[in-house]
Design a protein around this ligand. Structure first.
Ligand code: C5P
Length: 389
């Protein structure tokens, strides 16, 4: 899931840092908007480092506005979280003002909004704030109750930002999807494979595993039991997913075989087509360059498609740089899978956050617009749920 986190100007802004860390650990994408007030408590650099993403601070950034930045920010998000939401930010939201980036995108969004207030107890209990919070709730915004306890200002009472774990739980509850895949076991392969040349070297490819991991997360959040066979990637395991780490294509084939039977398999991994014939010792620098003899790897997807343990729904992926759709149609019949998802990797898809895909099925070809990988995953997971039900 992709969280757009608006960090307002209160001392609790430091807790937003911990919130980002927790969300990232759970495999969620976080993009931050820092208000002017917020920037007095935490720096854009801190939020950028923790979220591993650009931080947005101003409505008047010409580059972003040429691309309608405030609309884009909302479009890319699954949920908008305002934490800490100060009394002033809440008042401006309740009044429908749009006098900075945060309030403008909050006014422009059609995504769910979770507001996490933090302020002095008297400000929280002031009739104006009570009125504003009631207005936000009437507008469909989820407003968490602040925690009670000693406050940074030395007073005691309700007004403290809830602990980051509690905010994460509220985020998960706000985005909970129906358990449309409960009782289904789904296999996902993701990432590259590393094919050893000798004990210290290998052949690899540029797959980051992000799309496959997002699909595993989307399936698990819909109640599926997910086995994720992952090549060498540096990604955290999505919540509720059983992960099996592998290195080479042969390891991946064995791990896939061990996971069967499954109801569906989504083969997203960029498996190396070739491996190097075994060289038991490190290749020494010599006078002549060594010759590598390549041997074909098993096609895991095609093997599964023709096996007696073929799942009810078998989905392949294809990375293409030209004639994307034609190649995808041909590949679907060659591999014998039910659906083939073709990604156009001519741009910055490898390692990037977005993907342009074409879904090839019996019914024809559907071309999806460029979407965040999490959104591609969510749509695909919904289609899988429809098909398996
Ligand atoms: O032939 P190509 O590598 O383009 O096919 C991509 C699809 O086939 C992906 O779904 C990938 O996971 C799968 N594949 C496989 N085993 C291989 C090569 C590709 O499962 N050896």
């Amino acid at each position: 899931m992709r969280i757009l986190l608006i960090v307002g100007g209160g001392i609790a802004a430091y807790k937003a840092c911990e919130l980002i860390r927790l969300l990232r650990k759970l495999g969620h994408g976080v993009r931050c908007v820092l208000t002017e007030g917020g920037s007095h408590f935490v720096t854009p650099m801190t939020l950028a480092a923790l979220s591993e993403d650009q931080v947005f601070t101003t409505l008047w950034d010409l580059k972003d506005e040429a691309e309608m930045g405030h609309i884009q920010l909302s479009r890319q998000a699954t949920l908008i979280v305002v934490a800490p939401a100060t009394a002033d930010l809440i008042a401006r939201m309740a009044a429908g003002l749009s006098n900075d980036l945060a309030t403008t995108l909050l006014l422009a969004t059609d995504k769910p909004v979770l507001c996490v207030p933090a302020m002095n107890v008297r400000m929280w209990q002031h009739p104006a704030t009570v009125r504003n919070v009631a207005q936000l709730r009437a507008d469909g915004i989820i407003v968490l109750e602040p925690d009670e306890g000693p406050m940074a200002c030395g007073e005691f009472g309700p007004g403290r930002l809830p602990e980051p774990q509690a905010i994460v739980a509220a985020i998960e509850a706000a985005t909970a999807t129906t358990a449309s895949l409960a009782g289904k076991h789904i296999l996902v392969t993701a990432g590259p494979t590393h094919e050893p040349i000798d004990p210290v070297r290998y052949i690899a490819n540029r797959s980051s595993g992000r799309q496959g991991f997002a699909i595993a997360a989307a399936l698990a959040s819909r109640g599926a039991r997910v086995t994720l066979v992952a090549g060498p990637v540096s990604l955290t395991t999505p919540a509720g997913v059983d992960r099996v780490d592998v290195q080479s294509a042969l390891d991946m084939a064995a791990a896939v075989d061990a996971a069967l039977p499954v109801d569906a398999a989504v083969m997203v991994a960029a498996v190396a087509d070739w491996r190097v014939e075994a060289i038991p010792q490190k290749v020494k620098k010599g006078t002549a360059p060594p010759t590598l003899t390549l041997v074909e790897n098993p096609d895991i997807l095609a093997t599964l498609a023709s096996s007696s343990r073929r799942p009810a729904l078998l989905i392949g992926f294809a990375a293409e740089t030209e004639n994307v759709v034609d190649h995808a149609i041909a590949k679907r019949s060659r591999k014998g899978c039910d659906w083939l998802v073709a990604n156009d990797v001519s741009g910055d898809v490898f390692g990037g956050g977005e993907n342009t895909v074409h879904l090839v099925t019996d019914a024809g070809v559907e071309s999806w617009t460029r979407l965040p990988k999490e959104e591609v995953a969510a749509r695909l997971a919904d289609r899988i749920a429809e098909t398996l039900s």
